[in-house]
Design a protein around this ligand. Sequence first.
Ligand code: BF8
Ligand code: SF4
Length: 639
Amino acid sequence: MTAEKSCDPSVNEMLQIAKKKGISTVWDRYRAQLPQCGFGESGLCCRNCVMGPCRIDPFGDGPDKGICGATADTIVARNLNRYIAAGAASHSGHAKHLAHVLKKVSAGKAADYSVRDEAKLVAVARRLGFETGGLTVSEVAGRVADAALAEFSEREEPLAWVESTLTGGRLAKFKELGVMPSGIDAAISEILQRTTMGVDADPVNNLLGGIKGSLADYAGCHLGTDLSDILFGTPMPVFSEANMGVLKEKFVNIALHGHNPVVSEMILAAAKEDAVLDQAKEAGAEGINLVGICCTGNELLMRHGVQALTHSVSQEMPILTGALDAIIVDYQCVYPSLTTVAQCYGTKVVTTMGIAKIPGAVHVEIDEENALVKAREIIALAIERFKARKDAPTFIPDVKSSVVAGFSTEAIVGALAKLNAQNPLKPLIDSIIDGNIQGVVLFAGCNNVKVPQDSNYLAMVKELAKRDVLMLATGCGAGALARHGFLTPEATEEYAGPGLKAVLTAIGMANGLGKPLPPVLHIGSCVDNSRAVDIAVALANTLGVDIKELPVAASAPEYMHEKAIAIGTWAISLGIPTHLGVVPPVVGSSLVTSVLTQGAEDILGGYFIVETDPVKAAEALFAVIQKRRGGLNLATRAW
Ligand code: BF8
Ligand code: SF4
């Protein structure tokens, strides 16, 4: 029964408790929704004006047009665009927040924050074409922050974070298609306009608008990565652990959840202060144990080795241990149900952002000007809850895996430089050419209640690893693989094919690890999918080809969020074939479906592969890699 819900043993342990106590979880609420609306599932429901809602009968028995005359193709394309706009608003809202922090840092107005990575600041400034000689760190930070903020509104020229980070071939393609965004917010607002009643009824033109919106999302993601690295440090390899076994009964356990390191970095800083620790000890705790959920967790894991508690669909579960004293959230992917479950246990749910409040939570607003003071206040709430529960029994599953994370682009290049200091990419390129590495697949995205948690990731990684495919992972996908021990040298020993194992061992040994690198490199949170692009662009430029010719692919095997749809769309636009393990809500239009899964290949080089069977999906991605190897005149292999 529970295996249908999750492959994670600690989640299944918690589900038993939920059942015993009659606590409703995401899986119960999913069941209550079944059967889900077929019109919504196929993208055929339009609510874009109040003459509606309108729905198109996919079987041709009912209406074939909305009241205004919009067809199935129009409605499906418009709905897809709105997902993309919402995804882009989320990623870029996160980036804009960071840009404001950097701006305040440069003006001396956010004393708790600083530029922790000056080298990255200078690298980003130079990439944008700024002279940095003779300028102070604050001055350079101010210019980068201004350039970042200027990305949002309408400008006369294309987005700097698109133009300065992609291959010439991609930029030429986007100009040819007229999809280069000239402002992130402008692109989002353009989608909202063109999809209102009576504007863009042409489905293909709408899809081009969606591509433009997705490129705005890409810019937001890349900005998010760059600015986080500048403010909080560029990740370098770290060792840590993942899963609910990281909770400690005798500690004040605090989970940090959401996306933006702006809040969680302050909680981390406050938790290290002697006075705060003393407060915890006075309450009878041995210390403060910070752990991460979802992408905030990824940000902390990547930069500080903070242990990962759980991800995405299982975010309610750690509360059932009784040992979680507080969940501090910023925004995005936070289930409102957390407060309902928390009420049964006394766990404090603390919201921190004005745009993201939850009924039943305590709200402590964190501004850049008061961040540390507020962080201390929030930790005090967690300590208070610890005091109340310290003599009560806890049920912490004895389940955790070790993890190696922290593979920023800089960290990967640094590790490769130990093999070839002059030309760090050469060992990787040589391995792809000689076939020890067949290609590279990026795993991204979420868990989705419609898929047994983690099952698709696990099956696909096993299939691809044994066929010598190197993998990267972000977001809750990386989290899934972390919880199941796939981000370890031991996983390379167990699952990698001989070629991949040899390469990862050579890199691991050259870096003093004494063991291979993991078969899947954790490159960060969901905005950090931009790191995968940086690697692909560097490979393409070194080889003198475009991204659409590289033996690379992506997979979102259990995605659910609008952000993931935006990322998937820019991935195919960048020329990366992208697998979706959950059927997207577009099947109500055969035109839109065929453009996204077939036509896009001719136009963009990338396209979606929709496959719910993970082994078949892995086979499809391997076939993509082989086709592209053939295109580069490299030796190919059968499945
Ligand atoms: O931005 S993978 S569930 S946490 S949307 Fe959300 Fe999905 Fe997780 Fe990260 Ni990405
Ligand atoms: Fe119906 Fe057209 Fe209004 Fe959509 S925009 S709800 S299809 S009338």
